[in-house]
Design a binder for this molecule. Structure first.
Ligand code: RRO
Length: 352
């Protein structure tokens, strides 16, 4: 007879053992869950809900050279399974950000990914230079894809040459040894073309994706709901688009680190991005409703991986790209052991 160990009521089951470390451009993070730029400022507000140093990293709201008041209000509108924002890069400017926000993240021992945004190539270079010698800085995310700028010509990520110019300038000016990720827009014909241009220009990795340009019209006022008229669509509504972008870029650029984001609410949502090829994920819009979401998603992802037989997070990255003949059937394998030429045969079960 097998032994049965009863767990007293109210005692949580032991946390599953999965090595959650991930390496992005040579930097190893304790786990792959980050905040998403623009959804948690610089992490101060979240720190009352969980220890911000316990997640992979905090991606800060995009910062510009000068303080900026942003777009006209209203700046948010609800949409089915998502929301539109039209913030317009509101922020204190780089100097105040460095003194207050980055200094706070360093003191909290959080891993900071600083998102920078400029109106010109020179702006980006100046911002990158300002980050030299700053404690607490882990990576730079170059936001070339904000949809809420005055004209679409300023969305560098819609053009491969403009994207490359920004990335090249940032790489030249940035502190050495700090990985530079380019944040891409899904609002393009071929996102892999922009991804390739960024990598050719020196990007160490890619953040995929920013919001999609959208619009809501208020049927009571008979006018656009947002002061800025158009806005960036985020939330679960965009998740399939984001997963598709991660998938396409992983296929085109098998070795480039990808930070995936777009509508992640649960561990299983995160797992989708990982299987598509993301080496890490950012949790964004859902934080507005559940400020504990980054740690909850991390815990759920650990359980989801353990349930599927993974002992290492990194073994799951890009696994959905394996050829169909390596597919593991659902339920007990009627043929017994997986084929010996299956490199993943021993790493996951058939109960997914
Ligand atoms: O500030 C914004 O309005 C904003 C930015 Br910088 C961005 O990158 N994406 C977005 O949806 N909104």
């Amino acid at each position: 007879m097998s032994e049965l160990t009863l767990r007293p009521a109210g005692v949580a089951p032991p946390a599953p053992e999965v090595d959650m470390r991930t390496t992005l451009a040579g930097l190893t993070f304790p786990n792959p869950v980050f905040t998403a730029s623009g959804c948690a400022a610089a992490g101060q507000e979240l720190d009352q809900f969980f220890d911000v140093s316990s997640i992979g990293g905090v991606v800060t709201k995009s910062i510009m050279l000068a303080p900026r008041s942003g777009r006209a209000t209203p700046r948010m509108a609800e949409t089915p399974s998502g929301m539109l924002n039209s913030i317009g890069l509101q922020g204190p400017g780089i100097d105040a950000f460095l003194d207050k926000d980055l200094a706070w993240l360093a003191q909290r021992k959080a891993r900071a990914v600083v998102s920078i945004a400029g109106g010109s190539v020179e702006d980006y270079a100046k911002l990158a230079a300002k980050l030299r010698g700053r404690p607490g800085l882990s990576m730079i995310e170059v936001n070339i894809s904000c949809p809420n700028v005055e004209d679409r010509g300023q969305v560098f990520a819609c053009d491969p040459r403009a994207s490359a110019s920004v990335i090249q300038a940032v790489k030249k000016a940035a502190p050495s040894g700090v990985p530079v990720f380019a944040k891409l827009s899904p609002d393009v014909t071929d996102i892999t073309e922009i991804a390739q241009a960024c990598v050719n220009a020196g990007a160490d990795g890619l953040s995929v994706i920013n919001t999609l340009l959208g619009m809501v019209i208020d049927t009571t006022t008979l006018r656009p709901a947002l002061g800025g008229v158009t806005g960036g669509l985020s939330g679960p509504a965009i998740r399939p688009v984001a997963v598709r972008c991660v998938w396409q870029i992983r296929q085109a650029l098998p070795d480039v680190p990808i930070l995936g984001m777009g509508g992640i609410r649960t561990g299983l949502d995160a797992l989708e991005f990982v299987l598509a090829g993301a080496n890490a994920i950012s949790v964004g819009t859902t934080v507005f409703g559940d400020p504990t979401a980054p740690v909850r998603v991390l815990e759920e992802l650990v359980v989801a991986l353990a349930e599927r037989g993974f002992s290492r997070f990194e073994d799951a990255v890009g696994l959905a790209h394996r050829p169909p003949d390596l597919h593991v059937p659902e339920g007990p394998d009627p043929l017994g052991d997986p084929p010996t030429d299956d490199p993943h045969g021993g790493t996951f079960g058939g109960d997914a």
